[in-house]
Ligand binder design. Structure first.
Ligand SMILES: NC(=O)C1=CN([C@@H]2O[C@H](COP(=O)(O)OP(=O)(O)OC[C@H]3O[C@@H](n4cnc5c(N)ncnc54)[C@H](OP(=O)(O)O)[C@@H]3O)[C@@H](O)[C@H]2O)C=CC1
Ligand SMILES: O=C(O)[C@@H]1CCC=N1
Length: 316
């Protein structure tokens, strides 16, 4: 029998992670369709993630899910969503019952706003309910030292920084290196299993978390600005909007997948596209005139600085 996973604060990211993990555990379920939506275009869109084989007795895999939210309205929507795709109560959704949800769980995924951590973890009984368990926080800016001060020493605290693409199992998650006492233990296996089932997962020291938050946590938003702008250019030149978005999206996906190939480098890919005297170099020079590289790099810098402020007592 696997373990019980409690998603404490099941909003955008809680839903993305839960949906991704459920889809990996139930490859035949409608979750795949729901997560990726109906194909927008008629073009062939091959799937990319390989389903994780289900093994009910694997202690690294969750077999029961509890989602905690604050408002009844959110709870109702979540129940409908998960019931619709799994046809039962695969995910138990609770409101105002964080302590009992944590008591019933083995692993807790903290997915509330950074500003909400203090009140959620200071609720009477939570500390005791978390004793001896694994607490994985995806909160921006809230440090392991802060989290550890709110729980007993027997609670294993791990930070993770996923992104919204976990929803379609194409996420990028950075996980803090575990304490040496647990560096090869079950906690590490559980964390790896969760996040590698919904995308890529990499361990990094905590000092890199704010930059990782800006780069891969916020990254999908930055990429979508570029994507929208490319599509706008296509529309300006007469392409229909839907086709322009398809062309832009698939081009970005293709370029990113090429860049992820072993030994590949973005500059080499760019050079291979750039015919001497051709149209690509004309477009590249227009981009450079707009200081596109320093603008994008500065966005990561500013987002990193802001990430470090979030979750701190003096920050709104
Ligand atoms: N959005 C993103 O792309 C990313 C976000 N993050 C981090 O993930 C965290 C969550 O972000 P996001 O999912 O966008 O935020 P959301 O606001 O979408 O989700 C927060 C959830 O917490 C719930 N909640 C609030 N208070 C309580 C409470 N007292 N008890 C139980 N549940 C509660 C809310 O319930 P209700 O719905 O009822 O209000 C909501 O479901 C943040 O810390 C953020 O920094 C990290 C990486 C990417
Ligand atoms: O904007 C934010 O603060 C969060 C963290 C990364 C993505 N969204």
């Amino acid at each position: 029998m696997g373990y019980t996973l409690c998603v404490l604060g099941c909003g955008t990211m809680g839903i993305a992670i839960t949906s991704g993990v459920l889809a990996s555990l139930h490859p035949q379920s409608l979750l795949h369709g729901l997560n990726s939506g109906q194909p927008k275009w008629e073009s062939h869109t091959p799937g990319t993630s390989t389903p994780t084989p289900v093994a009910d007795d694997d202690p690294r895999l969750p077999s029961r899910f509890i989602a905690c939210v604050q408002r009844e309205e959110s709870a109702r929507r979540l129940r409908e969503k998960f019931r619709a795709v799994l046809g039962g109560d695969a995910v138990q959704v609770t409101v105002g019952a964080n302590v009992s949800a944590v008591q019933l769980s083995d692993v807790v995924l903290l997915c509330c706003k950074p500003q909400g951590a203090s009140s959620i973890l200071n609720e009477s009984g939570i500390k005791e309910a978390l004793a001896g368990k694994l607490l994985i926080s995806i909160l921006t800016g809230v440090t392991i030292a802060q989290l550890s001060a709110w729980v007993f020493p027997s609670t294993t605290v791990v930070r993770a920084m996923p992104n919204v693409a976990c929803r379609i199992r194409e996420g990028m998650t950075v996980v803090s290196t575990l304490p040496s006492s647990d560096s090869e233990g079950l906690s590490k296996q559980i964390v790896l299993q969760i996040f590698s089932s919904i995308g890529r997962c990499r361990f990094l020291e905590e000092r890199h978390f704010d930059a990782s938050t800006a780069l891969s946590g916020s990254g999908p938003a930055f990429a979508c600005i570029f994507l929208e702008a490319m599509a706008d250019g296509g529309v300006m030149m007469g392409l229909p909007r839907a086709e322009a978005l398809e062309l832009a999206s698939q081009s970005l996906q293709g370029a990113a997948r090429m860049a992820l190939q072993p030994g590949a480098h973005p500059a080499q890919i760019k050079d291979s596209v750039t015919t001497p005297g051709g149209c690509t170099i004309a477009g590249l020079l227009a981009l450079e005139d707009g200081r596109v590289r320093s603008t994008i790099a500065r966005a990561i810098q500013v987002a990193t600085e802001r990430a470090s402020e979030l979750g701190q007592p003096t920050t709104k």
